[in-house]
Ligand binder design. Structure first.
Ligand SMILES: [Zn+2]
Length: 341
């Protein structure tokens, strides 16, 4: 393989080094684009495996979850050193970019920026305001108070966009305000059966219908999205980031990627909270592929992609290729940022 500049120039079995060309023996190594972890909460690295026997709300609810208590009560230097270790661990597993939902407003953004200084990894930081609305405010369609609007505009100058906890914590007015921000927008949606039920109860709409009010570039989870929700996501040009191992570890179901692919969704993969799941994209690909086939009792991806891939491609390659797109260029393409890979 010959590298020209930053790109692969030639591949062949008879390539010979040119005069003064630097050569490296790559036997036993993998050469590939950098992996992109499309959804993390790396800030909770300090709380790995805490509450292994608790439910999703008890653990990671943005207001009442004990993750928030741990983050609030931990020494900032300790938080930063755990974040740093997670970044080093990601690089060792081929991850060169990660997209993080960063809690804690400006302070949280700065903590992540400082922790990644000098580490050759690209963090895409999606910040949030520490302001959440209750059910009554959602029913009354309460707008975001001016103070929080200003703080949001302020921290957006210092990060890559907005990572919204979910539609069940915000009124339509608030979600529509988020839609007006100019950087990347992403939001959790349909992670649990329960959260979807709550959305229908308070608004008569699915979580995804309301999440799309924020005009997100991508929706995270969609484990309980209906086919109608998937079509809506496509119409609104929102990609989907699935987190199968994180969903599995919370005992909250597995996203049906087969149905998503059939609907024509643009899919990427993330590892979600470090406290519940290790940031490892190779494990994520392996798990998603095998669990999906186990659930459907059939070989999945080859069925879907054989219709446009050349016949001569072996099934092995067909299956792996589709998964590989989900951890490399799919998200870069949807964010129009090819620098990510
Ligand atoms: Zn998340």
């Amino acid at each position: 393989m010959r590298i020209s500049g930053k790109h692969i120039g030639q591949i062949g079995t008879k390539l010979l080094p040119q005069k003064n060309e630097v050569t490296l023996d790559g036997e036993g190594l993998l050469m590939m684009p950098g992996l992109v972890n499309s959804h993390t909460h790396i800030g909770d690295s300090i709380a790995k495996d805490i509450g292994i026997d608790s439910g999703v709300e008890e653990k990671i609810h943005p207001v009442s979850g004990f993750k928030q208590k741990i983050l609030k009560n931990s020494d900032k230097h300790h938080l930063a050193s755990f974040v740093k270790n997670s970044c080093i661990s990601m690089i060792r597993k081929g991850i060169t970019s990660f997209i993080d939902f960063r809690e804690g407003g400006s302070e949280g953004i700065n903590l992540l920026k400082n922790a990644t200084l000098g580490i050759p990894i690209r963090p895409v930081i999606l910040g949030r305001i520490e302001y959440y609305q209750d059910l009554r405010s959602i029913k009354n369609n309460t707008p975001i108070p001016q103070f929080h609007k200003s703080s949001l505009q302020n921290f957006l100058l210092n990060c890559d966009g907005l990572g919204i906890s979910g539609p069940n914590e915000f009124s339509d007015s608030a979600l529509q305000y988020f839609a007006k921000t100019r950087k990347i927008r992403a939001i959790h949606s349909a992670e649990t059966e329960e959260s979807n039920k709550i959305s229908k109860k308070i608004s008569g709409k699915t979580e995804t219908q309301r999440a799309l009010l924020a005009k997100p570039n991508f929706l995270v989870h969609m484990t309980y999205a209906s086919k109608k929700d998937l079509v809506l996501a496509i119409k609104n040009r929102a990609s989907i980031v699935v987190c199968p191992r994180a969903n599995g570890s919370l005992a909250e179901g597995i996203p049906d990627v087969d149905v998503m692919l059939d609907a024509g969704c643009n899919i990427a993969i993330g590892t979600d909270n470090v406290m519940i799941n290790s940031p490892d994209m190779f494990r994520e690909m392996d798990y998603l592929w095998k669990v999906s086939m186990a659930m459907k009792k059939k070989r999945l991806v080859q069925k879907i992609y054989s219709r446009w891939l050349p016949q001569m491609l072996q099934n092995f390659w067909v299956e792996k290729l589709e998964l590989f797109k989900m951890v490399t260029w799919q998200i870069a393409y949807s964010l129009k940022n090819m620098q990510l890979i």
